[in-house]
Design a protein around this ligand. Structure first.
Ligand code: SF4
Ligand code: SF4
Length: 433
């Protein structure tokens, strides 16, 4: 029953946002909202986890949504989903109640950006630097609600493994399993010298450490050959990017004109951050709008005709603005009149990123993956690291609490994901069977 669940249960079950920064779900559940929005927009190229989860676990998702609506007092629920997923939409339509709407979205990037999604669902713009709750909304992604709807501790993670692998797939794996094992479960890499982008090709992070563990926020692994243009761009040295940016930017401002946050009326203008690269000491006030860059990477990987890196220029400027303590003067913002026309279709993005050669699918494997060793980081959520409640040599069962967050601090408990013995404790807890 939704009424029986309390926000503190989410903390003890270890429920945090199953993507992004892993924001503790408990905090969202304590707010008062008009609408709870399910973020099923999944717009990162080649990722299919949310669609697959909705197909397989929609009852759990609806149960989680009901809990959030009950706790936040929201009278309405909405599911933002790509219009192209007609089979999933039929399924959801058959199961949903009248107070939950489906909001059908175009297939563009970044439809899953919270600010863009809230605007598409409600027509309201979250103010720069604000949160969905500022316009009466709470947004949760699909897997977070599935975890909540199951009303139990979080021990496993769903992720899509795609790109240069034999069988692109969505897996359910124990937290702490290695990337390498996940890639093996996808049939193995199809290239000799693979690297990977963790979380997606647009907003992910580069890795070639396949011993690294899956955490509560790992939404996908896109395996690519080492000489792929995306790997080259993710690994380019910062000084090199800045030097090229200084000399080659012609201030055409395409990066700004197509920026999804600029199109919402936010004061972000990446071409100004690029201009600032040319000054030895730019006035932070000139680039204060970079505070509102969501780092979606569209300007760098799609908009710029010169292959420059305006996103990095924004990240640099953001740090300078914060250090200087410069604040943006709040004012009312309005979406750009062409906001709806200037969308970036995912199909064309895939082509532009040189990903067309990889299968764009990730069916859910219908068995839960097992392993003999997991490495479970103490910090895999927004907030403070969890503190171990076990010691080396202890025997644990899957689901046992192994680390907790001190009372009054932001975070969530961490649980054993397999049965076994605690083999080591450092910044992570290692469990071996
Ligand atoms: S799109 Fe590229 S060249 Fe044009 S202003 Fe932006 S960074 Fe400079
Ligand atoms: S990364 Fe670029 S396109 Fe995305 S919000 Fe920042 S400035 Fe805009």
């Amino acid at each position: 029953m939704a009424a029986d669940i309390k926000p503190e249960d989410m903390r003890s079950w270890g429920i945090v946002g199953a993507g992004g920064a892993g924001f503790p779900t408990e905090v969202k559940a304590r707010s008062q909202a008009e609408m709870v929005i399910v973020n099923a927009a999944e717009c990162e190229p080649l990722l299919h986890k949310d669609k697959e989860l909705l197909k397989a676990c929609s009852d759990d998702m609806f149960s989680g949504l009901r809990i959030m609506m009950k706790l936040t007092g929201a009278k309405k629920g909405a599911i933002g989903i790509k219009e192209k997923y007609s089979d999933v939409i039929d399924l959801l339509n058959n199961k949903k109640d009248k107070d939950i709407d489906l909001c059908l979205l175009g297939d563009f990037y970044p439809a899953g950006d919270e600010f863009v999604l809230v605007y598409l669902v409600t027509g309201k713009v979250i103010p720069p630097g604000g949160l969905p709750i500022n316009v009466g909304c709470v947004v949760n992604n699909v897997e977070t609600l599935v975890n909540l709807g199951r009303k139990r501790v979080v021990t496993h993670k769903y992720l899509t493994v795609a790109g240069a692998v034999k069988n692109p797939v969505t897996l359910c794996v124990p937290l702490g399993i290695s990337f390498g094992e996940c890639i093996e479960k996808a049939g193995g890499a199809t290239v000799d010298n693979p690297a990977a982008l963790v979380g997606g090709v647009m907003m992910g992070t580069f890795t070639d450490d396949f011993n690294a563990p899956v955490t509560k926020t790992t939404g996908g692994l896109i395996v690519l050959p080492r000489d792929h243009n995306l790997i080259r761009r993710y690994t380019m040295k910062l000084e090199h990017r800045n030097r090229i940016g200084r000399s080659a930017c012609d201030q055409c401002s395409f990066c700004t004109e197509l920026c999804p946050r600029y199109l919402l009326g936010h004061p972000i203008q990446p071409h100004i951050a690029m201009r600032a690269l040319g000054f030895s000491s730019a006035d932070p006030a000139m680039v204060v709008g970079t505070l509102f860059c969501c780092e979606c990477n569209l300007c760098t990987l799609w908009s710029c005709p010169e292959d420059l890196d305006p996103r990095q220029a924004c990240i640099n400027s953001k740090a300078q603005v914060r250090e200087a303590g410069v604040k943006w003067n709040p004012r009312e913002v309005k979406p750009h009149p062409l906001a709806n026309e200037r969308r970036t279709p995912v199909k064309r993005l895939i082509k532009r990123l040189n990903l067309s050669g990889f299968a764009n699918k990730g069916p859910l494997q219908d068995c839960i993956i097992d392993t003999t060793r997991v490495v479970i980081p103490l910090k895999q959520h927004f907030g403070v690291p969890a503190e171990p409640t076990v010691k080396t040599g202890d025997h644990v069962k899957a689901g046992d609490v192994i680390a907790t967050v001190p009372e009054g601090k932001l975070g969530a408990n961490i649980h054993a994901s397999i049965d076994g013995k605690i083999a080591a404790i450092n910044s992570a807890i290692v469990i071996e069977k």
